[in-house]
Ligand binder design. Sequence first.
Ligand SMILES: [Zn+2]
Length: 336
Amino acid sequence: MKRMFAALLSLTLFAALLSGCAGREPVSSGKAGGFSIVATSFPAYDLARAVCGQAAEITLLLPPGAESHSYEPTPRDILAVEDCGLFLYLGGESDAWVETILSSLDAPAETLRMIDCVETLEEETLEGMTAQGHSHDDHDDHDDHDDHSGDHESHGLGEVHEIDEHVWTAPENAGCIARAIARRAAELDPGNAQVYLAAADAYQQEIDTLDRDFREFFDTTGEKTLVFGDRFPLRYFAEAYGLTCYAAFPGCSTQTEPSAATVAFLTEKVREEGISTVFYIEFSNHLVADSIAEAAGAETALFHSCHNVSRQDLEAGATYLSLMRRNLETLKQCMP
Ligand SMILES: [Zn+2]
């Protein structure tokens, strides 16, 4: 582990020198100089600033606009993890690098994993999906066939791979995570416990309203089938509202080329169900959604999974709540 960490550190130092990204300024918000919370990705960062921002300083490691599945920590990120009062991370396959860093620290960091705050579901391969070349397998650069992680390819339709890490996409889960962050911050920074817990109560009310509005929308429209010409990081959202979804790729897939069978299947679904809109997710070039929509005579629209935000969105004050509200408005326009 120590050797792996040393190798990782020298690699990231080298990469930082090459790309000149050593000067990348991490994004921070909340009370400067307050109790220090560091989050790997946007969902944890945003929930932490919602409930702890009045008394704590929250730092986001993943740069806005970056692809969250291919993130490499910089040496400064590693130091930030070491020095913070509370470190928040997802706990899924895409931030497996975190465990390597944590195990190498001399003093254990205080941590909270988002996947531990909720009831998790396993990642699912939906009917019609192009599943081979699943991104997590791309990290396995060894060819040891005795290793069970190499068995992913043999999984068939509907079989489970691993925990679906996109837990925040259900508003109810986002509320659970925010409450867990507030409770943990209250323990570690007891002087501000009341501030954190009161903020968590207020935030929970906003989450409850959002959840109720989505529920009302889906109950009223009666339309519960969504087609994504894209990755599908929305299993928790779909489960929360009893939706049937179809998509081109699994949630963390790095694939951009769906199989011909997938395109044909999704196009047929859109036609057959009279679906008006094919969705794509943030940072997608939406070529797949465009071609399905064109073939089926439908429109396309963005559904934001809140995996990460652009710098522009972040500077404009985008939050989990505002992005999910935007999704609700999009749904209302597409499914009147
Ligand atoms: Zn993902």
